[in-house]
Write a protein that binds this ligand. Structure first.
Ligand SMILES: CC(C)(COP(=O)(O)OP(=O)(O)OC[C@H]1O[C@@H](n2cnc3c(N)ncnc32)[C@H](O)[C@@H]1OP(=O)(O)O)[C@@H](O)C(=O)NCCC(=O)NCCS
Length: 182
């Protein structure tokens, strides 16, 4: 049986100090996949470095990044966010957001590693029972990835997204974490 090559990236939490790299990665993602994200490139360009710093330090949000091991784990090649909610009635439900992989590093397992990391982290928090996400209908790469992890579609919002003059539906998906501790 063929042995797998060692991972070409490492994973860790992101913070304000990673803002410049995160902003650059986000812009690269927006340019390459304009159909996948809410803001336009123009809107994102108006968001300064301080916006990214604030975003990565938002209370209740946990940001994770994949770093290229070939460059001493200094180059950010993927990111995503776990957004939690405050309040006894809703804190068991958190969401996966803002997943992006460097357009030059697709199909290397970075997206899957980030999603697995987020799920493990959410389990470790101990109070998360379910994860939700939304994805534009037709985003085959992201849908394939989410399906692989068991995120099941439970809703579809028609015409939620307007891109290049065409409307697209938005899928709502959910993954139940099977071993909640509370
Ligand atoms: C979706 C995305 C994060 C996937 O990242 P990635 O690092 O290339 O994905 P991986 O290499 O980890 O692939 C994991 C699985 O995802 C699925 N997948 C990834 N790319 C795919 C594609 N182009 N078509 C179909 N399935 C795909 C496959 O199931 C794949 O498993 P496999 O390689 O064993 O077949 C990446 O394409 C991306 O950044 N897209 C633009 C941004 C985006 O759509 N974000 C999500 C918004 S909801």
């Amino acid at each position: 049986m063929a042995t797998k090559p060692p991972a070409a990236f490492t994973l860790r939490r992101l913070g304000s100090a990673d803002a410049a790299q995160y902003r650059a990665l986000r812009l690269a993602g927006l340019r390459a996949f304009p159909h996948a994200f809410r803001p336009t490139v123009e809107e994102a360009l108006e968001q300064p470095l301080s916006w990214a710093e604030k975003r990565l330090a938002t209370k209740g949000e946990y940001w994770f990044g994949a770093f290229d091991a070939r460059f001493d784990d200094t180059e950010l090649v993927g990111a995503l966010c776990l957004r939690t909610q405050e309040g006894k009635k809703i804190r068991h439900s958190a969401s996966l957001n803002a997943l992006v992989v460097d357009p030059g590093r697709l199909r290397e397992g970075i997206g899957a590693a980030l999603v697995a990391y987020l799920i493990a982290f959410a389990r470790e928090l101990g109070f998360i029972r379910q994860l939700t996400l939304t994805v534009i209908d037709g985003n085959a790469a992201a849908i394939g990835l989410y399906e692989r992890f068991g995120f099941r579609q439970f809703g579809l919002e028609p015409d939620a997204f307007l891109h290049d003059g065409a409307y697209y539906a938005k899928q709502h998906r959910q993954l139940t974490l099977v071993t909640p501790t509370s």
